[in-house]
Design a protein around this ligand. Structure first.
Ligand SMILES: [Fe+2]
Length: 158
């Protein structure tokens, strides 16, 4: 439990942090479901396994965020479910890349909240993971782009 060494600047900052934490959990919950769906459409097992590894990170983050929320409030948060998925695998990759990039910034902002050092560390680590996920999704997108660019006379030039 995060009950030692508080450095919060007051109730309103904690309230603001909790609102951001709920938003982070909603996003995480969506990513967990969305990546499960995306993995089903991956073009090969290597890409599929990587997406499932990324999904495992998202589950770990979700558990950590949930633990923080319960530690600070004594309550459990039920995330809002958004089951809308992109209509194609490429769109899903693109959306995931942009989401991971934005989430990196969002978590870094959250790690700046004047709150417990342990919580700051969780968000800094999660931001680093998100940046890593973004790079993987970009790599998958680039791979698809290159395949279509280098196909000529029914031969692959990569
Ligand atoms: Fe991620």
């Amino acid at each position: 439990m995060y009950n030692t060494g508080p450095t919060t600047g007051g109730g309103s900052e904690t309230h603001q942090f909790l609102e951001q934490l709920k938003k982070a959990m909603d996003g995480k919950y969506h990513a967990i479901h969305s990546y499960e769906n995306m993995a089903d459409y991956a073009p090969n097992s290597r890409e599929q396994n990587r997406i499932l590894e990324i999904r495992k990170d998202e589950i770990n983050h979700y558990k950590q965020f949930s633990y923080i929320f319960t530690s600070l409030t004594g309550k459990e948060y039920t995330p809002k479910i958004d089951k809308k998925y992109p209509e194609s695998y490429v769109k899903a990759l693109n959306e995931a890349f942009i989401d991971e990039q934005n989430t990196t910034d969002f978590y870094l902002e959250m790690s700046d909240f004047p709150i417990y050092p342990q919580i700051r560390r969780v968000f800094r680590r999660a931001a680093a993971d998100e940046q890593n996920h973004a790079v993987w999704f970009l790599y998958f997108l680039m791979g698809r782009q290159m395949k279509s660019s280098f196909r000529f006379n029914d031969k692959w030039y990569i």
